[in-house]
Every structure is written in structure tokens, then in C-alpha cells.
Design a binder for this molecule. Structure first.
Ligand code: ADP
Ligand code: AMP
Length: 214
């Protein structure tokens, strides 16, 4: 099963995808985390090219993003399906995903739009902490780690993302808002909207109900 989680930055895509990956066994594919790996952990050529866009809160060009995604979903852990978090973000990416899945005799099975009001997104991004090592996501108020600054999952160091600074957040919301409208049109008739302003478990239950085979 191939599931897309749509939503603006801070909507809870990463949080939900990580939890759902555990309950469903589907692989969690996050292009944001793949870029952080290329830029900050591995320092690859792709990371060097993506960095200026990433740090300015702009979308990384489609050709780089689509190439990286294609390579990732060719992995054996994606053979039975995956949860896409942060991809697609443009029409071109949506078309490329359809094409890449069709080559494998597969298709997008579910599209879930996690809807959250903008002022709540800003609040969430300002209090978000990520694990430098495994990428796990926390919030200082709504889902704090057991020990401040330390990841519950792997013991790694928690940090606040550079692109979660208020001036970059504004740019990210603007860019993503524009593209989100086009994606909702592209998937019209196939998108199920979920109220992302419930607590984390409540949102998770709603998504699970949507993606569970009927
Ligand atoms: P996205 O991947 O869509 O950018 P994240 O999953 O990283 O969003 O969540 C953004 C921030 O909001 C994180 O700090 C996370 O802990 C917090 N968060 C996620 N879901 C909820 C929720 N339902 N209620 C309150 N805070 C949430
Ligand atoms: P995220 O972790 O999903 O908030 O993504 C962080 C940043 O990575 C974005 O602001 C973009 O610079 C880049 N990025 C992640 N996914 C994509 C994508 N699908 N297309 C283009 N850029 C992306």
C-alpha cells in the first residue's frame, strides 16, 4: 500500500508517519529527512546542491528531489508499500511518483490531507525539536522527550532545525501553501481530509481508519 500524507510544514506528517510505520510495517519515506542526511550528516554532492534551497525555506528543484526519491523507493523495504511524508510537493513530483509506481505495477492507494490552521503551524514549528541522529520529532509543550535534549528512541541529541526560525517558516508556509492547492486539485476525489488539530493519538486513529483496507 502506498500512502501520501499531505499537509503544510508542522501539520504532523512526520509524527504520524513514524507512528504509522510502527503499527503498519510500511516504510516511512521523508524527503526532508533524506535532504538533512545528504546535507548535514553525509555532506554529499546532492546535499551541496540542495543546501541553499533548504536553508532558505524554498523547495529543492524537482530534478534533484525526484531523482533522490526514485532511488529511495527502489530499496527492498519499499516493495510492499510506504508512507510518503513531504513528497510530493509539486505537480511534477506527483506525476513522477505516479510514473515511478506504475513502473512497479503499483499506484498511490490513499492520499490523506492533515489540515491544521496556520497560527497552530507556527506555534508547532517554533517548539519543534528533532533528534540529530534518528530524526525523531518532539514538541517542547505537546510531546516533550522524557529527558530534555535527549531522544527517547535512540539517546541522540535534540536540536532545533535552522529552517524552523520564524523568518524561514514564513517563506516555507508561503511556498507550500501555493503548491498544496495544486496537489489537492491533482488528487481531487481521492483525498481524505483529517482534522490535524486533535491530539497526536486522535489524528493517528483517524488516519489509520482511512488507510485500513475496508
Ligand atoms: P511535519 O512533518 O508535517 O512538518 P511534524 O510531525 O514534524 O510536522 O510536527 C511538527 C511539530 O508539531 C512537532 O514539534 C510535533 O511534535 C508537533 N505535533 C505534531 N502533531 C501534533 C498534534 N496533533 N498536536 C500538537 N502538536 C503536534
Ligand atoms: P520538511 O522536513 O518536510 O519540512 O522539509 C524541509 C525542507 O526540505 C523543505 O523546506 C525543502 O527545502 C526540502 N524538501 C523536502 N521535501 C521536498 C520536496 N518534496 N520537494 C522539494 N523540496 C523538499
Amino acid at each position: 500500500m502506498y500512502v501520501i500524507l499531505l499537509g503544510l510544514p508542522g501539520a504532523g506528517k512526520g509524527t504520524q508517519a513514524a507512528n504509522l510505520a510502527e503499527t503498519t510495517g510500511l516504510s516511512h519515506i521523508t524527503t526532508g529527512e533524506l535532504f538533512r542526511d545528504h546535507i548535514y550528516r553525509r555532506g554529499t554532492e546532492l546535499g551541496r546542491k540542495a543546501k541553499p534551497y533548504y536553508e532558505a525555506g524554498k523547495l529543492v528543484p524537482d530534478e534533484l528531489t525526484i531523482g533522490m526519491l526514485r532511488e529511495r523507493i527502489a530499496g527492498p523495504d519499499c516493495a510492499l508499500g510506504c508512507l510518503f511524508d513531504g513528497f510530493p510537493r509539486t505537480l511534477e513530483q506527483a506525476e513522477a511518483l505516479d510514473e515511478a509506481l506504475a513502473e512497479r505495477g503499483a499506484a498511490v492507494d490513499r492520499v490523506v490531507y492533515i489540515k491544521v490552521a496556520e497560527e497552530e503551524l507556527v506555534r508547532r514549528l517554533a517548539g519543534r525539536w528533532n533528534c540529530r541522529q534518528c530524526g525523531a520529532v518532539y514538541h517542547e509543550a505537546s510531546s516533550p522527550p522524557q529527558r530534555p535534549g535527549v531522544c527517547d528512541r535512540c539517546g541522540g541529541e535534540l536540536y532545533q532545525r535552522e529552517d524552523d526560525k520564524p523568518e524561514v517558516v514564513r517563506q516555507r508556509l508561503e511556498v507550500n501553501l501555493r503548491e498544496l492547492g495544486k496537489l489537492l486539485d491533482y488528487y481531487e476525489g481521492r483525498v481524505v481530509e483529517v482534522d490535524g488539530q486533535q491530539d497526536i493519538d486522535g489524528v493517528g486513529r483517524e488516519i489509520l481508519a482511512v488507510i485500513s483496507p475496508s
